[in-house]
Ligand binder design. Structure first.
Ligand code: FES
Length: 101
């Protein structure tokens, strides 16, 4: 079901963005544009987000600044196979030098 008719954003898409870490209507807007035109869907988006497990919101609820709260790192260590694939795609130093010359 559509939540944002201006951009054709569904409730499922909002939930996917929320599962990926968006926990405010503004973050949903950054990810999907939902709520950035007429704005009539913002309350609905807020309702979908609810009062879930948002680290920044939890910090606010504790009276802490969300900007100084340590956020979980989203960086992941690549698997050895991914490292090998990246190395295979990178040009060899001699080939890179020929391209630059
Ligand atoms: S319905 Fe979402 S911005 Fe208009």
């Amino acid at each position: 079901m559509y939540v944002c008719s201006c951009f054709g954003i569904t409730e499922e898409q909002v939930q996917e963005h929320a599962a990926a870490g968006a926990c405010t209507p503004r973050q949903i807007a950054s990810a999907s544009k939902a709520g950035t035109d007429c704005g009539s869907c913002v309350r609905r988006i807020q309702g979908i987000l609810g009062r879930g497990q948002c680290p920044r919101r939890a910090a606010l609820d504790r009276g802490e600044s969300p900007l100084t709260t340590q956020q979980p790192s989203t960086a992941t260590t690549p698997e050895p196979a991914e490292v090998a694939a990246m190395a295979a795609q990178a040009p060899a130093p001699a080939a890179a030098a020929r391209v630059a010359a």
